[in-house]
Design a protein. Structure first.
Length: 321
């Protein structure tokens, strides 16, 4: 569900001119993502990734550009957006929405069945490098605070689908339980959404790029680590080898202290609750334009149950900490 704002060739040509990319050759929507509209932009200068920000204003888009430039300069494998050229900066909007153009990074995404413990190790290590590179960078709390999620739960309660509406009181209880147990863990700049579709792999098995820092915010490092564990280690059930690989790779770059370890269960359960909520509001209750990538909220509800059943001791055993 990655195309909410429809662009035509005239829009693509105008954007290409603003960035000094030559003549437009092709423009096609990319059916990925839950928030922004994404396109592949083919121009004389090559292929580029075009994003239309559906929720962030121009100030938010500019802040993200500064963050990505900061991370890229410190060795994080993520492309920073291009700067506009000439006097056409004001044209880089579509329907009043800000636009960003990124260098295209070649690579493939892992399907769940193709993920190995070695892949997990590499992803964990890259996540730790993000946390290290973000040190000192000023960033806000983001769009998924407890109060923001309560607003979404209120919307779920009004859903026309009775199955969805029935989840509202359940999720409210989970949010109160696990949100109330957060606090005290080391924090800094977190990616917040390091799912399989946000990592590109080169043919030699190395990571080519980390993508989509749109959800980056100030947050606990343990939250970011558990989001990654939840998104890479689960098919129909938890793959303990992959989960441990992620954490082992992370610890090869940044060791977990006692506060990080104590936060793993509450942050993991909070993360699973957060993604259950947003997959209901951003997928089950939201319609996009064009091709749609299905992301089922029930899969994160299952992951929450798994973590709760493991408990603190069981989770630490699985993760090797």
């Amino acid at each position: 569900m990655g195309v909410f704002t429809s662009l035509d060739d005239a829009d693509g040509a105008r954007i290409a001119r603003a960035y000094g990319l030559g003549e437009l050759k092709a423009l096609r929507g990319i059916p990925a993502g839950s928030v922004n509209s994404n396109y592949a932009l083919e121009c004389d200068a090559g292929r580029f990734f075009l994003r239309v920000y559906e929720e962030q204003d121009a100030e938010g888009a500019a802040a993200e550009a500064r963050m990505l430039a900061h991370l890229e300069a410190r060795g994080v494998r993520t492309p920073a957006p291009l700067a506009t050229r000439g006097e056409e900066t004001e044209e880089v909007r579509v329907a009043g929405k800000p636009v960003a153009v990124f260098p295209w990074r070649e690579g493939t995404m892992r399907c769940q069945a193709g993920v190995t413990p070695e892949d997990g190790w590499k992803v964990g290590a890259e996540l730790a490098r993000v946390h290290a590179a973000g040190e000192g960078f000023p960033i806000g709390a983001g769009r998924f605070r407890v109060e923001d999620l309560r607003t979404r739960i209120a919307a779920i309660a009004q859903a026309t689908d009775p199955e969805l509406a029935a989840q509202a009181p359940v999720l409210a209880t989970k949010l109160d339980t696990w949100g109330g147990r957060r606090g005290g863990a080391p924090q800094g700049l977190v990616h917040g959404d390091l799912f399989r579709d946000n990592v590109l792999w080169s043919a030699d098995g190395t990571i080519a790029a980390l993508l989509d820092f749109e959800s980056a915010s100030l947050g606990p490092f343990a939250f970011d680590l558990m989001v990654t564990v939840l998104s890479w280690s689960f098919g129909d059930a938890l793959d303990e080898r992959i989960a441990r690989g992620i954490v082992t790779g992370y610890r090869s770059v940044r060791e977990l202290d006692a506060r990080d370890r104590e936060a793993l269960l509450p942050e993991g359960c909070f993360a699973a609750t957060r993604f259950t909520i947003t997959r209901i509001t951003d997928y089950a209750m939201k319609q996009g334009i064009g091709a749609r990538v299905l992301k089922d909220w029930r899969r994160f509800a299952m992951r929450l149950r798994t973590l709760e059943e493991l408990g603190d001791g069981g989770l630490r055993r699985v993760l090797g900490v």
